[in-house]
Design a protein around this ligand. Structure first.
Ligand SMILES: CC(C)(COP(=O)(O)OP(=O)(O)OC[C@H]1O[C@@H](n2cnc3c(N)ncnc32)[C@H](O)[C@@H]1OP(=O)(O)O)[C@@H](O)C(=O)NCCC(=O)NCCS
Length: 137
């Protein structure tokens, strides 16, 4: 598999939405993705022309979302995308929130050097708490 990273273009949004729906209980709406189009911090991972992952960050140092197609997980794609975004957001504190139940992602972020900074109670619609994780650059 030869994976390349690119800025997300409009024509990839359908595939990004498919990954989103297959990855999250409460997927973001298409409009959320549209609002990040044009940003260097909205990237996709491509295997030939198939979108196999996406990641979004903001210039202020927030990781908005990252997901990889289930059948492509544990092959370094998430790491490749997050490393690229961390290069763009080069200084200061980079932050994200995730469900306390999302153990796989928790391990992933720890592997990438993030540490747990706190908990936000009742952060999600179903009442679940969120962990705040940070990395300093
Ligand atoms: C989190 C996610 C993006 C990771 O992507 P990925 O491409 O599978 O991750 P990588 O292959 O780059 O993993 C790098 C390292 O992180 C750790 N890791 C990743 N996923 C893990 C898991 N499910 N359990 C334990 N450790 C994990 C491992 O140390 C891994 O290295 P290894 O495979 O050599 O052991 C992917 O699991 C995913 O899309 N999950 C669903 C969406 C989600 O929860 N996103 C995060 C919340 S915003």
């Amino acid at each position: 598999m030869k994976v390349r990273l690119e800025r997300c273009r409009k024509r990839y949004l359908g595939q990004v939405m498919d990954i989103e729906r297959r990855s999250f209980e409460q997927p973001y709406e298409r409009e959320v993705f549209e609002s990040y189009l044009g940003s260097d911090l909205f990237i996709v991972a491509l295997d030939n022309d198939r979108v196999i992952g996406y990641a979004i960050a903001t210039v202020k140092g927030v990781i908005v979302s990252i997901a990889v197609l289930p059948e492509y997980r544990r092959r370094g794609v998430g790491k490749m995308m997050l490393e690229k975004l961390l290069l763009y957001v080069a200084t200061g504190k980079i932050k994200l929130t995730l469900r306390v139940s999302n153990l796989g992602a928790h391990r992933f972020y720890e592997h990438m050097g993030f540490v747990r900074e706190g908990v936000i109670r009742n952060y999600y619609e179903n009442g679940e708490d969120a962990f705040i994780m940070v990395i300093r650059r």
